[in-house]
Design a protein around this ligand. Structure first.
Ligand SMILES: *Cc1c(COP(=O)(O)O)cnc(C)c1O
Length: 460
C-alpha cells in the first residue's frame, strides 16, 4: 500500500459520518441529501489536505462540525441588509432607493395576505392592477394617462414597441446613452423592432438636424436624458418645447426617456433635475422614468402622457411580460401617498438624504466620532468634510457636500479594514480615501451609528 493510500484510509466512510450527523439534534432541519453533499465536500477537502501531508483531525465529530459550518454558510441569506456608509444615496449595487415608512407598511400588509390586486371591491368583479396608482399618478404628473411596468428599461421597450415597431426613431448622437448593466439605447431600439436614425454630433445637435431626418417612415422623435454623464463645453441640444413643436408640426409623437424622473423639481449640489410635470408641460407626448431612483419607491417604471398612446400599450402583448408585481406596486402606492398627503422632503428617504443640511450631517458625524473613540481607544478618528455624487443615474454633475469620519487602526491597512467591515454579519460598505476608511454619514440611520462603532469592538 502506498503512503498516500494509507493516509486516505483515515477518512471515515460517508455512511458513518451520516450516522454521526443524524444523531445531532440541530442537523435534523437540513434535508438528508444536502447533509450528504456537504459531508462529501468535507471529505474531498480532507483528502487533499492529507495527501499534502498536513496533520488534521479526522474524527467523525470534527468532520461533522465542519460540515455543519458549511451547511450554515450555504443556507444563510445571500440577499442581505447592509449599512451604506459610502454617502451615495442612489447606489445601484446597494439596491437604489430605501423605502419610507408608509411604503414599508404598505408592502408588508400586502405581502402578508390577499389583496385587491386585480379585484374591484365596488363591483365584486375582476379589476386591473394598473388602476390602483393611476389616478394618483395622473394628479402628480398632470398626464392624461399612465401605465406602470417592471422598470424603466421595460417602459422604454414597451413605448418603442408599440409606437415605432418597423419604423424610424430619431435620436441625437449626444444621447445614445448606456446605463450600467447592458441597457443601451441603440440596443433597446433594435429589440423593439424600431430603426434608429442618429442625428447631429456628440456635442451639438440642432433642431434642423432632427427636421432633416424626418421622412415618410418616421415614427417618433426620442429624447434621452443623459442621466449618468454630462457633455460640457461647446455643446447644444434643442430645448424640449422646440423639439415638441417640431414633432407636432409633422404629426409625430415626441418621447422622452427621463431616466430618473422626479415628481418634484429638485435642485441639489449645483444641478437641477426637471420634474415630470415640467417635461410633460413642454409638450412631450410620453415620458418614461424609474420608480426606484429619485422618486424613492421600489423597482418599477412609469409611462406617462397622452391617452391615445398609453392605450396602445395597455393592449400590447408585451405588457404582460413586463408587468409590475404586487409588492413593487404597494411600495409605489405608499410612496405616492407621501407625495400627496405627507411631507415628501421628510418622509421619502431619498429626498431627505439628498436635502439634509451640511450642518445636520456634521452633527451626525460628530456623534459617530464619539461612539467610535469610546468603543476603541486604538482608533485614530477625524471628522472630515466630504463630497459625494447622487449616484444611480441621476444628477451626474451634482456634488453634495457632507461630512463623515475618517478612521485608521494601527497595524491594519485601510484595504484590510474595508474588507473586514464588508464581511461582517451586518456588512458595512465604506470607501477608502488617502489610506483611511471613510464613513460618510449621509445615508446612515440613527441605529447604524452604534452598529458601526460595535464593528471595532474586538478589532485591534
Ligand atoms: C436608469 C435609466 C434607465 C433604466 O431604468 P431602470 O428602472 O433601471 O430599468 C433607462 N434610461 C435612463 C436614461 C436611465 O437613467
Amino acid at each position: 500500500m502506498s503512503a498516500d493510500n494509507r493516509k486516505l484510509r483515515l477518512i471515515p466512510a460517508i455512511d458513518r459520518l451520516v450516522a454521526v450527523a443524524a444523531a445531532e439534534p440541530d442537523m435534523n432541519k437540513y434535508p438528508r441529501n444536502l447533509i450528504i453533499a456537504c459531508l462529501r465536500k468535507v471529505t474531498d477537502q480532507l483528502r487533499t489536505v492529507l495527501v499534502k501531508g498536513d496533520n488534521v483531525d479526522t474524527s467523525p465529530e470534527a468532520l461533522v462540525t465542519t460540515a455543519r459550518q458549511l451547511l450554515e454558510y450555504q443556507t444563510r441569506s445571500s440577499l442581505r441588509k447592509v449599512i451604506n456608509a459610502t454617502g451615495v444615496v442612489l447606489h445601484t449595487n446597494l439596491g437604489r432607493a430605501p423605502l419610507g415608512r408608509r411604503a414599508i407598511a404598505s408592502v408588508s400588509q400586502i405581502m402578508e395576505g390577499y389583496s385587491t390586486l386585480e379585484y374591484n371591491i365596488n363591483s365584486g368583479e375582476r379589476g386591473s392592477r394598473y388602476e390602483h396608482v393611476a389616478e394618483k399618478l395622473r394628479q402628480l404628473t398632470g398626464a392624461e394617462d399612465v401605465l406602470i411596468v417592471n422598470n424603466n428599461a421595460a417602459a422604454v421597450l414597451l413605448v418603442l414597441s408599440s409606437v415605432a415597431r418597423g419604423r424610424e426613431v430619431i435620436v441625437s448622437r449626444g444621447e445614445l446613452v448606456e446605463i450600467g448593466g447592458s441597457f443601451r439605447i441603440p440596443d433597446v431600439l433594435k429589440q423593439s423592432g424600431a430603426v434608429l436614425v442618429e442625428v447631429g454630433t456628440t456635442n451639438k445637435t440642432h433642431l434642423g438636424d432632427y427636421e432633416q431626418a424626418i421622412g415618410p417612415n418616421t415614427a417618433a422623435i426620442l429624447k434621452v436624458h443623459t442621466s449618468n454623464y454630462c457633455i460640457v463645453g461647446f455643446t447644444s441640444q434643442p430645448d424640449g418645447a422646440g423639439l415638441a413643436a417640431l414633432a407636432h408640426k409633422h404629426r409625430l409623437p415626441v418621447i422622452e426617456d427621463l431616466g430618473s424622473g422626479t415628481l418634484r423639481s429638485l435642485a441639489v449640489g449645483g444641478q437641477t433635475e426637471p420634474s415630470v410635470i415640467e417635461q410633460l408641460a413642454l409638450g412631450f407626448d410620453l415620458v418614461t422614468f424609474s420608480c426606484d431612483k429619485l422618486l424613492g419607491a421600489g423597482q418599477g417604471g412609469i409611462i406617462a402622457g397622452k391617452a391615445e398612446y398609453i392605450h396602445l400599450m395597455k393592449t400590447h402583448p408585451l405588457l404582460r411580460a413586463v408587468r409590475i408585481d404586487k409588492l413593487s406596486l404597494a411600495a409605489l402606492e405608499g410612496t405616492l401617498q407621501d407625495y400627496m398627503a405627507g411631507d415628501p422632503w421628510q418622509d421619502i428617504p431619498v429626498l431627505a438624504m439628498l436635502t439634509i443640511t451640511p450642518r445636520a450631517l456634521k452633527e451626525r458625524a460628530e456623534g459617530l466620532y464619539r461612539l467610535l473613540v469610546q468603543q476603541n481607544p486604538l482608533l485614530t478618528c477625524q471628522v472630515v468634510a466630504l463630497n459625494s455624487p447622487v449616484g444611480g443615474g441621476a444628477l451626474p454633475a451634482a456634488v453634495l457636500t457632507g461630512y463623515g469620519v475618517a478612521v485608521t487602526l494601527p497595524g491594519i491597512s485601510a484595504g484590510c479594514l474595508e474588507s473586514r467591515l464588508r464581511q461582517r454579519e451586518m456588512p458595512i460598505v465604506v470607501r477608502i480615501q488617502d489610506e483611511r476608511v471613510i464613513f460618510d454619514v449621509r445615508c446612515l440611520a440613527e441605529r447604524d451609528l452604534p452598529e458601526i462603532a460595535a464593528a471595532f469592538k474586538t478589532m485591534s
